[in-house]
Ligand binder design. Structure first.
Ligand code: FES
Ligand code: FES
Length: 167
């Protein structure tokens, strides 16, 4: 199958890939740059475990997105959520509230939650339910995931206060 050369910025690092017409973003981030945090689940858009974010912080289902359509664009995967070894507030919230069990869905759930929180920093219950409707977790029943999302704002504020106190 013919290959095309494309560039893509992933977690602020630029890459060049040889891709086929049918390669998805999920294929190239897992197979070509070994960022395997993003999981391959249903590959039909039903489970959300392949969720990554675009450069506006919106979620994308990487299993359904043709890589070539993203030539020259930027994406963020779960590996880009932590900065300088420090967990993002939503990751810290997942740890605090035990929102992780087997962990298979967790990268996609976190990236979906991050997209929700980018849009609504203090989401209502309705916004949480709507924003998280596309990702499935078979272990947690979503209860602890929602608890973590509800507490992200508080954790973010605590982090900001800690940084201000250090200055
Ligand atoms: S693997 Fe993409 S939605 Fe299930
Ligand atoms: S933690 Fe196991 S599927 Fe979500």
């Amino acid at each position: 199958m013919a290959k095309h050369i494309m560039t893509l910025t992933v977690n602020d690092d630029q890459y060049e890939f040889a891709v086929s017409d049918t390669d998805t973003l999920l294929d190239i981030i897992r197979n070509q740059i070994a960022l395997t945090g993003t999981k391959r689940g249903c590959t039909t858009g039903s489970c959300g475990v392949c969720c990554i974010n675009n450069d506006k912080g919106e979620s994308i289902l990487s299993c359904l997105t043709h890589a070539l359509e993203w030539d020259g664009e930027s994406i963020y995967t779960i590996e880009g959520l932590e900065v300088d070894g420090e967990l993002d507030s939503i990751q810290a919230a997942f740890v605090e509230f035990g929102a992780v069990q087997c962990g298979f869905c967790t990268p996609g759930v976190l990236m979906s939650a991050k997209a929700l929180l980018n849009k609504y920093p203090e989401p209502t219950e309705e916004q949480i339910n709507e924003g998280m409707a596309g990702v499935l977790c078979r272990c947690t029943g979503h209860i602890k995931v929602k608890e973590a999302i509800r507490n992200d704002f508080r954790i973010r504020q605590e982090k900001l206060r800690a940084v201000a106190a250090d200055e």
